[in-house]
Every structure is written in C-alpha cells, then in structure tokens.
Design a protein around this ligand. Structure first.
Ligand code: HEC
Ligand code: HEC
Ligand code: HEC
Ligand code: HEC
Length: 418
C-alpha cells in the first residue's frame, strides 16, 4: 500500500474510533438485546437465549445485521464500513483520489445476508450444520461464512436463536414425473436462472416478468443460493409460501414473487425437492508453482497479497485504536494470535499458539510448507471441499491463486526481508 493511502486509512480508522466515543458505548458492549426470543425456542433443542449471547461473543454483527442485535462498533464493522465506501458515503477528509482508490478496491462484504428473517426460510438443523462447517453456497458471491470455532452445542444454540419458531409438519407434495416436468418448465420460463443455479445445472435466464432496478438485481444475483441445497436447507412448511410470496416471509428479500398459483408453486417445490441434482464441478486445487529464482521484496507481497486479502484481520492495533483485527488482537470468537502482516518485521515476529507461545510462521510445522503458506494451501483445499483442522486463509474469502502463493513462498525463501 502506498504511504499516502496508509496515512489516510489511519485517519479514517481514528475517525470512526472518535465518532463512536460519542455515546452508547457501554450499552453496545453490554451485548445484544434479547427481544424476539420466545420461551418455546429455549426448550426445543438448543437455547435461543444462550444463542443470542453467543452471537455477541462471536461478533456476528461485524458482518451481519439482525433486528434486535446491536450493530458492531464502526471501526469493527466489516460490512458497514465497506458498504459506506462503496456508496461513497464515507467522507473522512481523505482526498478524492484516495477515496476513489478505496472504492475501486473494496469488494468484500458488500452483500451479506441479513439474519433477521433467516429462521422463516431455513431449517434449524441446516443452520447449525452450516455454522459448524460453512461451505460455498452462493455461486456468485466470493465470500463465504468464515469457519469459526463453534462447538456442536454452540451451533445448536445459535441456530435456535436464528430460527426460534419450530417447523410445522408439511404434507408430502405429489412428485410424479409429470409434476416434476411441469415444475422444471416453470423454472425455465419464469427466469429463476437469472439468479440461481442448481448444482451443475445452469438454469436458463428468461426475461423476468417483474422489473428490478440494477441495484436490487445486483444484490439478488450475489445472494441467490444454489438451489441444490433446498432439500436440506429450506423449511418444508414454508417452501411453497416462499415461492408464492418471498416477502411475506422476509420483507427485505430481493427475490421477486414470480409464481402466480399455488398449483404452480407446488410443482416447482416438488421439482426442487425431488428432481435429481447434477453434481457441481468442484473447484480443483491449483498445482503449486516452483519458487521464483529472483529476490522478492515485502512491498511486492504487500501490494499483491497482504495488503489485499489479509487486510484488517492481521493489521496493527494503532490503525484502529486497539483493534488489530481478528487474526491479530482477536475477534469472531478467536483468541488473539498476535499475527500482524503489516510489515516484514511484524510478519517475522510470528503468531501465538493456543499455549500462548509465539512461533514463527515462516517455518514449517506439520508439512513441507512454511505455516504462512500452509494456511493458503488449506484455503485452496477448503474451496475444493477438503476442509482440515487447519483453518484456511484468507478466512472466509477467495483462496489465493497459484501465482500469489508462489510469491509469498518465494518471499519467505529469499529471506523474508523488507
Ligand atoms: C467475516 C464476516 C462474517 C461473520 C463474522 C459472520 N458471518 Fe455469517 N455469513 C457471512 C457471509 C459473507 C455469508 C454469505 C455467504 C454464504 O451464504 O455462503 C454468511 C452467511 C450466513 C448465514 C446464511 C444465511 C442465508 O441466508 O443463507 C447465516 C445463518 C450466518 N451467516 C450466520 C452467522 C452467525 C450466527 C454468525 C456469528 C456466529 C456469523 N454468521 C458470522 C459473513 C460472516
Ligand atoms: C473503518 C472502515 C473499515 C472497516 C471497519 C473494515 N474495513 Fe476492510 N477496507 C477498508 C478500506 C478503506 C479498504 C480499501 C483499502 C485499500 O485497499 O487500500 C478495505 C479493504 C479490505 C480488504 C481488501 C479488499 C476487499 O474488499 O476484499 C479486505 C479483505 C478487508 N478490507 C477486510 C475487512 C474485514 C475482514 C474487516 C472486519 C474485520 C474490515 N475489512 C473492516 C475499510 C474498512
Ligand atoms: C432476482 C433474483 C432471483 C430470482 C429471479 C429468483 N430468486 Fe430465488 N432467491 C433469490 C435470493 C437473493 C434468495 C435468498 C434470499 C435472500 O437473500 O433474500 C433466494 C432464495 C430462494 C430460495 C431459498 C433457497 C435457500 O437455500 O435459501 C428458493 C427455494 C428460491 N429462491 C427459488 C426460486 C425460484 C424457484 C425462482 C424462479 C421462480 C427464483 N427463486 C427466482 C433471488 C432470486
Ligand atoms: C476475515 C479475517 C481474516 C483474514 C481475511 C485473514 N485472516 Fe489469517 N487468521 C484470522 C484468524 C481469526 C486467525 C486465528 C485462527 C485460529 O485461531 O484458528 C488467523 C490465523 C492465521 C494464521 C495462523 C497463525 C498460526 O500460527 O496458527 C496465519 C499464518 C494467517 N492467519 C495468515 C493469513 C494470511 C496470509 C491472510 C491473507 C492471505 C489471512 N491470514 C487473512 C483471520 C483472518
């Protein structure tokens, strides 16, 4: 990152730190308000009240909004700050060129699903499973849910908080061959494929009967889930109502109401639930490239990798008045690892393990690759559906390509200098 931009970013983060000092601090730290948590929910597998408290501990509000959940402080709010930058609303005295540069570079967390109404659409068990083992669910969204350290009991509590009402029994829909064919024909002609895919099946993108503004369409496109998972994810009692009128279950959803009659909606629901799914081609782990034979400087690695993908999770506390990011000073429920990637010397000073002891990330621990490279390779494997104990980096973001990994590896091999 260039010096001018760095200075402006410090100013920006100090600005938000000052802004929030103006009030409501203590109340915000107290945590989420518990409105909307029903007694029923507490008894039905998982405890919604405990879930609400866990949502505060895991800092879900740094990325998500939910009615009744106190928003994260501005300097910690990944989604809010990025959205403000994208809308050009963050005027903190940085010059126009710097702001334009930020805007051009900020891609992540511009579209994050709201958690307010997820319980009306998604099953509690699916929510718990997703929190334990997040995977790439939205084909048009680069970000995924980060892999947090959530135990099975904690996942059940969080799921009970997200989906407080029990799912009602729903009668099985007729799903003979003729019904499935009719469902598929409706999906094709109504243009569900403008937003959705289903496993390996790209659905046709017929013109939509409901006009959407470009902004709304862009958000809907990004947030549309893979329909291959409807059978495990979506509440059976609410699938047909969702198709008939998504807004009756989630007033803020961008999915348009396209189905006109219950009979049509039932045929589409039957197709979603019972038609065979073509498997999606898994992303392949890219082949590792040989080390570069030239010396690689920190500035290069910073410009292409650390200053792009690792930003704000492995920063310096000075940048944000005590918040060095979840990968440095801790956050998202993780203890502080103390790993800053803001300079070569910071990177050389390593990270703290579970035992609190600092170890180098430039040497290998369990495989032939240095720790810093191991985590990058682990993320590539996660994207290919092979999650392991080791959490892949960048956490919840697109894996680096082979050339970027090669650059990091070559920087380490050439002495990890400045
Ligand atoms: C670093 C940002 C980040 C944090 C922190 C985070 N999430 Fe997410 N979450 C995302 C993103 C991005 C998605 C959308 C990606 C996807 O669905 O594949 C997502 C998806 C979800 C979904 C799926 C919603 C849907 O409509 O499909 C749920 C539920 C969820 N998160 C719950 C939580 C909970 C509970 C926490 C706290 C324990 C949490 N998230 C913390 C970024 C985050
Ligand atoms: C106070 C505002 C602010 C907050 C809070 C913030 N960011 Fe950023 N973020 C920025 C700016 C500005 C840039 C662009 C800086 C640049 O590229 O020089 C950026 C860029 C990034 C990038 C690289 C570009 C991209 O969008 O992928 C990542 C990754 C990132 N931030 C992650 C995070 C995460 C994770 C959090 C929460 C832990 C977070 N940010 C919180 C302002 C913020
Ligand atoms: C303009 C984009 C768009 C179109 C067109 C669209 N959807 Fe959606 N759909 C979404 C979004 C976005 C969501 C996720 C809910 C949210 O984030 O508000 C969704 C969610 C769903 C879900 C719940 C899936 C899950 O795993 O959460 C189903 C089922 C669904 N859509 C079916 C359909 C069908 C069938 C059609 C065609 C009749 C269709 N959608 C057309 C955007 C769209
Ligand atoms: C969204 C936040 C986030 C992003 C982005 C991110 N990290 Fe991390 N990183 C973390 C967290 C949180 C941990 C601690 C994980 C744990 O305790 O299991 C961590 C741990 C690590 C570790 C392991 C330290 C150890 O010794 O166990 C390394 C190495 C690392 N990150 C490197 C990177 C690199 C390189 C990037 C960019 C390519 C990156 N991270 C991007 C949040 C992030």
């Amino acid at each position: 990152m260039r010096g001018g931009v760095a200075k402006a970013l410090v100013a920006l983060l100090l600005f938000v730190a000052c802004e929030r000092a103006s009030g409501g601090d203590a109340a915000r730290r107290e945590g989420a308000s518990l409105e909307g948590v029903s007694e029923d929910a507490a008894s039905a597998g998982g405890d919604a009240l405990r879930g609400a408290l866990l949502a505060v501990r895991f800092e879900c509000a740094r990325c998500h909004t939910r009615d009744g959940l106190t928003p994260a402080l501005p300097e910690k709010n990944c989604a809010q700050c990025h959205a403000q930058i994208a809308r050009g609303e963050l005027d903190v005295g940085a010059d126009a060129a710097t702001r334009a540069e930020w805007r051009a570079r900020t891609r992540s967390y511009l579209n994050v699903p709201s958690l307010t109404h997820v319980g009306a659409r998604l099953r509690r068990a699916a929510l718990a499973a997703m929190l334990r083992e997040p995977h790439d669910l939205r084909p048009h969204l680069d970000e995924t849910m980060p892999r947090l350290r959530v135990s099975p009991a904690e996942a059940a509590d969080l799921a009970a908080w997200l989906a407080p009402d029990a799912e009602a029994r729903a009668p099985q829909l007729p799903h003979d061959a003729a019904t499935l064919a009719r469902g598929r024909a409706l999906v094709d002609s109504l243009g569900c494929g403008n937003c959705h895919e289903r496993g390996g099946d790209r659905l046709p993108a017929q013109a939509l009967a409901v006009p959407l503004t470009p902004d709304v369409f862009a958000r809907a496109f990004a947030l549309a889930p893979d329909l291959a998972e409807v059978r495990t994810r979506v509440r059976r009692d609410h699938l047909v109502p969702w198709l008939l009128d998504p807004r009756s279950l989630d007033p803020r959803t961008t999915m348009p109401a396209l189905l006109r009659t219950r009979a049509d909606a039932e045929a589409v629901a039957a197709w979603l639930l019972y038609a065979p799914v073509a498997p999606r081609a898994l992303r392949v782990v890219p082949a590792r490239l040989p080390l570069l034979t030239r010396r690689v400087t920190f500035a290069e690695v910073q410009a292409r990798v650390f200053g792009r993908s690792c930003w704000h999770c492995h920063a310096e506390p000075d940048f944000a008045r005590g918040d060095g990011g979840p990968g440095n000073t801790g956050g998202f429920g993780f203890a502080g690892r103390g790993l800053s990637l803001i300079s070569a010397s910071a990177a050389r000073s390593g990270a703290r393990g579970d035992d609190g002891v600092r170890r180098s990330v430039l040497v290998s621990r369990t495989s032939a690759a240095p720790r810093l490279v191991e985590v990058l390779l682990a993320r590539q494997r996660e994207e290919a559906g092979e999650a392991s104990e080791l959490r892949g980096m960048p956490l919840g973001l697109r894996a680096l390509g082979a050339e970027d990994v090669q650059l990091v590896e070559s920087w380490i091999a050439s002495g990890a200098g400045d």
